[in-house]
Design a protein around this ligand. Structure first.
Ligand SMILES: [Zn+2]
Ligand SMILES: [Zn+2]
Length: 257
């Protein structure tokens, strides 16, 4: 299975449209820190061509990937930075005469279709609440705390043949023991961390920062960890002396598991 980070940014991406900080300026000029809204491209013999999340940068991400068609979309929650591209995807489905397939928690499907009631004409939404099996992959989703933003969902992938396990949890903070349970025993954890050390009061926050994530990883002990959903606080030209097996995901980065 090949995973490619088509987006690693937080809700505004990098550069932020209003911002002229050093990281945003660098993102405009040379682009080391340029980050589209978070999305993951999955290419796999059994799963086909699947993406996690479809934010407003989706069209540009598809161009960067050189991809014209997708088999399916998995959606973590109905925040705009994760679903803003569904309208464009639905148009693409209409023009190609090929219905899209999207798996999301029933709660999320309800929020999406309330806002964009015409989408089900082009995209078949299916609830992921009871998990799903595609080829040897079993995929489960569960609710995770998203701080002041309410709830999001995470996805865990287990392969029955190889025993490979990985998870995608881009928008979460203050997870309970029950919510943490599916994040144990992973070969790879993809975790959202907007800031290195977020200065704002805890009750106003919605995603782990890097320092909190490092404490969490000590407990979860995944084989490898990649941070995504990164804001303009993180400058990839700097070294953050992350522990072995822990890195920031970068735009276009590919990992094989
Ligand atoms: Zn987000
Ligand atoms: Zn969110």
């Amino acid at each position: 299975m090949k995973l490619t980070f088509r987006g690693t940014g937080d809700s505004m991406g990098v550069p932020r449209v209003y911002c002229d900080c050093g990281v945003c300026e660098e993102a405009r000029e040379s682009g080391t820190n340029r980050r589209y809204r978070s999305a993951l491209q999955i290419e796999d013999e059994e799963l086909g061509h699947t993406w996690i999340d479809c934010g407003p940068d989706w069209g540009k991400q598809m161009e960067a990937a050189g991809v014209r068609l997708l088999d399916r979309m998995l959606i973590t929650h109905a925040h705009f930075d994760h679903i803003g591209g569904l309208v464009e995807w639905a148009d693409a489905c209409r023009w190609t005469g090929r219905q899209g397939e999207a798996f999301a928690p029933a709660e999320t499907i309800g929020e999406i279709t309330a806002r964009f009631p015409w989408l089900p004409r082009q995209i078949a939404f299916q609830s992921s609440d009871d998990g799903m099996t595609i080829g040897g992959w079993h995929i489960r989703t569960w609710r995770v705390n998203h701080g002041k933003n309410g709830y999001a969902y995470a996805f865990r992938f287990d392969h029955s043949g190889s025993g490979t396990a990985w998870a995608y949890c881009s928008d979460a903070i203050a997870l309970t023991e029950e919510q943490l349970e599916p994040l144990y025993g992973l070969d790879l954890l993809i975790l959202g961390t907007s800031f290195y050390e977020e200065p704002y009061p805890f009750e106003t926050r919605s995603v782990y920062d890097v320092k909190e994530a490092l404490v969490l990883i000590e407990e979860l002990r995944p084989g490898r960890t990649l941070f995504t959903h990164i804001s303009h606080d993180i400058d990839l030209r700097n070294s953050y002396s992350l522990p072995e097996g822990v890195d920031f995901a970068t735009t276009g980065m590919t990992v094989t598991i």
